[in-house]
Write a protein that binds this ligand. Structure first.
Ligand code: 5MM
Length: 352
């Protein structure tokens, strides 16, 4: 019998749970390769690489075809341009990843814009037309999606209006994902920019996550089919006292344990501008304090890719293999940290 006009199916709970299980494989993590055009340009500019479509494609090919990447990486987040690109031999990147057993996903937000009447605060846009965009992304092989909300710390911010608006958008995006059996990764990020102490990061992250889970409940989002990607609780980059891994682990877990429902299938951490080794050491310190109600692992962009891009930029035609070794090394260090088995002396083996 045809469904009533305008009536949509709710969701396939099993399919969502299966995808989440493939993302959270013990001892593996996620690479965020979803840098939007402006972010990618800033990263290329920083290492002196011409910002051309072919360079962006070649760089992503280097990442996705690294031999053995699947030992450490369960999923990769792609950007709109990237999911449409192909390897030199003509295989779409989502297929290149899927053939290695790596789950491909897609960033679907359209970026953080100024929040009206709230100077210094942002709201992420991209809900209009998202239902239609999902049809295309699904056909291209995306099995999960990602949406990032950005929250700054400063005098009198974050405001309740900013927290609520961003949490609401995250929940509406999640509902649209689940309607088509795509697992939403929700990324509410409290920024490390500034000189605030770790306590302010704790406060802001707590308020933001509370608001997010409230909105998810209001929108009827299935919590066991929605993944949280969050910042670690950490002092601002310019704070006079920088947080140790032990402090980060304690504050981050105190916050997550108080707010994140046990039924969430897993929590990913972003690196947020931490140094490469700092992000690995902090993850390791967190994991050592397990067990937790949910698996926890990494979903880093900069903390994995920074040294890879730097080496490749020095000689794009000659350094592909070396850059891939660097990628595999940082992925392995983070995979070890995801199991709480990393130690600083392992860094001596690094190929760069
Ligand atoms: C915060 O950024 C996310 C994680 O990356 P880091 O580990 O470097 O913090 C990442 O997925 C992010 O969303 C993209 O790299 C940048 O996205 P935009 O849309 O800002 O280019």
């Amino acid at each position: 019998m045809p469904r009533a006009a305008g009536k949509r199916k709710i969701m396939n709970r099993e399919a969502l749970i299966r995808t989440a299980e493939e993302i959270f494989v013990p001892g593996k993590g996620v690479i965020a390769a979803d840098e939007s055009a402006p972010t990618c340009q800033a990263r290329f500019d920083a290492v002196g690489l011409p910002y051309t479509e072919e360079n962006r494609r070649a760089y992503r090919e280097l990442l996705f075809t690294a031999d053995g990447l699947e030992q450490y990486i369960s999923a990769v987040i792609l950007y709109d341009e990237t999911i449409r690109q192909r390897s030199t031999s003509g295989v779409p990147f989502a297929k290149v990843l899927a053939e290695k057993g790596i789950v491909p996903g897609i960033k679907v937000d359209l970026g953080a814009k100024e929040l009206a009447l709230h100077p210094g605060e942002k709201i992420t846009e991209g809900l209009d037309g998202l239902r239609e965009r999902f049809v295309e992304y699904k056909a291209m092989g995306a099995r999960f999606a990602k949406w990032r909300a950005v929250v700054a710390i400063g005098p009198n911010i974050p405001s309740p209006a900013c927290l609520r608006a961003n949490a609401h958008a995250l929940a509406r995006y999640s509902a649209l994902c689940q309607e088509v059996d795509i697992v939403p990764i929700l990324e509410p990020e409290v920024l490390m920019d500034g000189d605030h102490e770790i306590e302010r990061s704790f406060e802001a992250t707590t308020l933001l996550l509370k608001e997010v889970f409230k909105e998810l409940a209001d929108q009827g989002v299935l919590i066991d089919g929605a993944v949280l990607k969050t910042n670690m609780v950490i002092a601002g980059k310019d704070a006079s006292s920088q947080s140790s891994p032990e402090e980060v682990a304690e504050a981050t877990l105190k916050c997550l344990r108080a707010i994140v429902p046990d039924t969430v299938p897993g929590v990913l951490f972003l690196s947020g501008g931490q140094g490469d080794e700092q992000a690995t050491a902090n993850l390791n310190a967190i994991e050592k304090r397990g067990p937790f109600p949910w698996p926890l692992t990494f979903s880093y962009s900069r903390a994995i890719q920074n040294p890879v891009l730097k080496i490749w930029a020095q000689n794009p035609s000659g350094n592909v293999a070396l850059a891939q070794q660097v990628l595999l090394f940082r992925s392995r260090m983070n995979a070890l940290a995801a199991a709480g088995k990393y130690s600083e002396d392992m860094e001596q083996q690094r190929p760069y």
